[in-house]
Design a protein around this ligand. Structure first.
Ligand SMILES: [Zn+2]
Length: 440
């Protein structure tokens, strides 16, 4: 009985690459453009209407009418059109509850192309090979996708363990399908593993307080001290990227102001996008593997509470007041080398919860200047970015600066300075610039 009570529902996504013919790609592009246009029309309609007429039911009627009267919208399946309305309404809810800015128009080239398939039963997934599956995409037909993990389909599917829907998403590497999966899993027993402090380091991507650092062997900085933003590409790919960037700059010179980019320039941009997407895929993979290892290994994980957006802003300064001090510059370098720190924390939080552990955040200031052995703090304690040397004559600790910071982070937690524990998926709250009442 006891074990049954601990069962809990888990929802997660799985992204698979689709293999499409050029005709199928065109069909999906058309659907995505129609979905985006639908969003834009809906937004124009919603913001134009008097407040008392803005209802979900009225929006639903408007969408049905638009699908009947505008040929362009007919390529979009009815369910996908409904999903546009649903996400649009959710966007306003997120705004009213202070999680996001007001929804806005979606620009053709700047927004992610996507189409929703809200009903899991429409998908009709079958496995045809060890590495291939077939999935039904409404108004496109049956298409092939890379089968890389066990999916709850056919006999393996039941009421508690199934695919509830999917979303088609296009990135620089082509169309993908993201399945929404829900499963019932036994809740984990509390994790008995040790406590650990983690610092998003300058020289080590993730420095651990017990010295068990996590490194990907790609130096975060170049010899001249600047950060290497393309460190996830190999030498050949870096060379190709440089060449493409030079080519794009040259083609851009010939573009007249206010005119569209040439087809050749667009092709070059696409190639640059592909390389960047490849790099992002590599870093995400490393983050997934590392955070899974950490969540399995440790019961209590303590991290700094960093405000990356503010750190970058203060160091960069504005045009009127450019950031000038060395400390601010160090802050900028640090935040860049933090390797998508926010995403690492999000992953750690949900993975720790899955293995029965917890993630705690402690206030960041001072962790790099305090000595973790004697507690002596001086702004001048850091000899260089890499080495920490304690200025207290009775102590004289010297060691890796990132490791020292990680130990400080754990100390802060043990002294009871943890902020509200992050539970479940981290929700980012933006600063409220508009009062909810005014946003309506
Ligand atoms: Zn000391």
């Amino acid at each position: 009985m006891g074990s049954e009570l601990r069962l809990r529902q888990l929802q997660f996504g799985h992204r698979a690459r689709l293999v499409l013919s050029p005709a199928e790609v065109r069909l999906m592009n058309d659907q995505a453009h129609a979905a985006r246009t639908m969003w834009n029309c809906l937004h124009a309609w919603w913001t134009m209407l008097p407040k008392d007429k803005r209802t979900l039911a009225a929006a639903d009627v408007a969408i049905r009418q638009a699908r009947k009267e505008v040929d362009f919208f007919a390529v979009l399946p009815a369910q996908a059109a409904q999903a546009v309305l649903k996400t649009y309404f959710q966007a306003w809810k997120n705004c009213w509850e202070g999680r996001a800015d007001k929804p806005n128009f979606k620009a053709r080239f700047r927004s992610v192309m996507s189409v929703d398939i809200p009903q899991g039963r429409d998908l009709q997934i079958t496995r045809v090979h060890r590495r291939w599956g077939l999935v039904n995409v409404p108004k496109v037909g049956r298409v092939r996708f890379h089968w890389t993990r066990d999916l709850p389909v056919a006999k393996k599917a039941n009421a508690d363990n199934r695919i509830t829907g999917a979303r088609l998403v296009k990135d620089a590497l082509g169309w993908h399908i993201a399945f929404r999966i829900t499963t019932l899993e036994a809740g984990p027993a509390p994790h008995q593993g040790p406590e650990v402090g983690i610092d998003a380091g300058v020289n080590i991507p993730l420095a651990l307080s017990d010295g068990n650092h996590q490194n990907h062997g790609r130096p975060p900085r170049l010899r001249d001290g600047t950060s290497d933003r393309d460190k996830w590409l190999n030498a050949e790919e870096k060379g190709k990227l440089r060449r493409l960037e030079r080519q794009a700059a040259r083609l851009k010179q010939h573009r007249k102001p206010g005119r569209q980019s040439s087809n050749r320039l667009r092709v070059v941009y696409d190639q640059i996008g592909k390389l960047r997407a490849k790099a992002k895929r590599r870093v995400t993979d490393w983050q997934h593997q590392t955070t899974t290892f950490l969540a399995r290994q440790y019961g209590v994980i303590v991290v700094e509470n960093l405000d990356i957006a503010n750190m970058t802003k203060s160091a960069r300064g504005s045009i009127e007041e450019p950031g000038k001090s060395v400390r601010q510059k160090a802050g900028l370098n640090r935040s860049i080398s933090q390797e998508a720190w926010g995403r690492t924390v999000t992953m750690l939080t949900y993975k720790a919860a899955r293995y029965g552990g917890t993630v705690h955040k402690v206030p960041a200031p001072g962790t790099s200047q305090r000595c973790s052995a004697c507690g002596f703090t001086t702004p001048g304690s850091r000899e260089s970015q890499a080495v920490f040397v304690c200025r207290n004559p009775d102590c004289g600790l010297s060691g890796n600066a990132d490791w020292n910071a990680a130990r400080n982070i754990l100390d802060l937690y043990r002294m009871g300075h943890a902020l509200v524990p992050a539970a479940g998926r981290a929700v980012v709250r933006r600063a409220r610039r508009v009062k909810p009442a005014a946003a309506r």
